[in-house]
Structures are given as C-alpha cells and as structure tokens.
Design a binder for this molecule. Structure first.
Ligand SMILES: [Zn+2]
Ligand SMILES: [Zn+2]
Length: 248
C-alpha cells in the first residue's frame, strides 16, 4: 500500500487512540467527532479546499472539471468562508458561462427529446455532482482499504485499532464492509469483534448522556451536575451521521 495513505491513516489512529486515553478524567470533552475515519475525511477535505482555493483554481484542466461538475452546497459554503472571494468569483464566472451554453435552447435537442429536456437533465446532474466530493471520495476509498491492509499486516496497528475510543455509525459500516471483502475469515472475525466493541461502547455511552441531557430539563434534576451530557446532542448526531454532516 502506498505511503501517501499509510502515513495519514497511522497518524489519525494514533491521535484518536491518544486522545481517547487522555480524555479519562479530563474536564472537557472535545466537541468534534473523535472517530479516526472522520478525522481522515476532515484532513482530505481541508487538503482539497486549500488546493482548489490555491493555485489549482487557475489551472485550465481543473477549471474544465469545476465548470462541468460544480460544487455541493456544503463545499460552496466552505469555500465562501475561506476568504479567497476573488478566486471563487473567477471560478463561478466560467462555471456560469459553461452552464449558460449548456442550458441554452437547442432546436435539435428540442425536436428529438422535447423542449427543455436536455437543459433539465443538465441541471439535475449538477445537483448531484461536486468536484471536491468526487476527489475526496476517490482518496477516501483508498484510506478505508489502507485501514484494513494495516490491520492485516501490522500487529502494532491491530492494537491501535482496538484502542480507539469511538467509531461513528457510517464509518463502522464502511470499515466492516471493506474488511469482510478483503480479510480472511478468521481475521475478519477479529477485526469485526474489535470494531463492534468500540462502536457499541460509544452507543451505550451516548445513550446514557442523551438520557441525562433530557433529565436535566426536569426541575427535580435542575441542581444536579451535567456530567458529560452538555454536548450529548451534538455527539449523538456526530455518531449517527458521521462528522461529515457537521462541515461548515
Ligand atoms: Zn466517522
Ligand atoms: Zn461537495
């Protein structure tokens, strides 16, 4: 497996295992999703945003792709807040030009498929496409495979994997599927056991914290401490939807 993937995977799993252990007795819990796979996603997302708002934005080949694919609402928002407003405007200018050509009335298309059909199909495709999401997905699939590869080949990584404090539900599912497809049966059983243990413990802790959060709205519990429940709603959402849902 290429080093460009093994290094970040090892780093994310090291950082999360370390944070999980440091968290015991710590006064404040980190509000971000502590899932190592969410962390990998976040790194890819940051890299892609820096790239597209940097030199890549003016490269003709990249521009052809962004003109065609556009961006999802999450990534438009992220770019808007990154403060390269002129760069973004230049990219939008050529994107709108391309779109204007594609959406222009076509006599032949209208006769063959019906008035506006081609333009509506183009608009619909744009709703589902995103230049950044596509690039992240391509790397992300390799990251997931690398997790399984490291589990198979490195004893040290297996220990690190079992020491994770948290796996969100979408990434638990992705890891389990990738491992089932790639590991020998016996090793897959071990992998799944480690993964399931972390996921179920996260679920049980969250259930308790959400429950305590609800109780705190009852006047009888008003003067009780919050314990870890103050951000229980955010953490439960992060568990259920993965950190990806909380991108800004
Ligand atoms: Zn996750
Ligand atoms: Zn996107």
């Amino acid at each position: 497996m290429e080093q460009i993937y093994t290094i970040p995977v090892n780093e994310a799993f090291d950082a999360c295992a370390h944070e999980g252990e440091a968290e015991v007795g710590a006064e404040q819990k980190k509000p971000s999703c502590p899932c190592p796979v969410c962390r990998l996603y976040e790194t890819l997302n940051e890299n892609e945003l820096s790239r597209i708002l940097g030199a890549a934005m003016m490269e003709p080949d990249v521009r052809i792709e962004t003109n065609k694919e556009g961006f999802c609402p999450t990534h438009f928002r992220a770019m808007f807040h990154r403060k390269n407003r002129l760069g973004l405007a230049l990219m939008l200018e050529s994107h709108l030009d391309t779109l204007r050509e594609d959406l222009a009335p076509s006599l032949v298309g209208g006769l063959l498929k019906g008035v506006g059909t081609g333009a509506v199909t183009r608009a619909q495709k744009l709703e589902n496409d995103c230049y950044i999401c596509r690039r992240i997905d391509e790397h992300f699939a390799h990251m997931i495979d690398t997790v399984v590869y490291l589990y198979r080949t490195e004893e040290d990584f297996r220990r690190k994997f079992a020491r994770q404090p948290f796996f969100c539900l979408p990434h638990y599912r992705m890891l389990a599927e990738a491992a089932r497809a790639r590991l020998p049966k016996k090793l897959y059983a071990e992998f799944y056991h480690d993964l399931e243990k972390v996921m179920l413990e996260s679920l049980d802790t969250l259930r308790e914290d959400v429950s305590w959060f609800c109780k705190k709205f009852d006047y009888r519990y008003e003067n009780e401490p919050w314990y870890n429940a103050k951000d229980a709603v955010e953490r439960a959402i992060a568990f259920l939807s993965g950190g990806e849902a909380s991108h800004s």
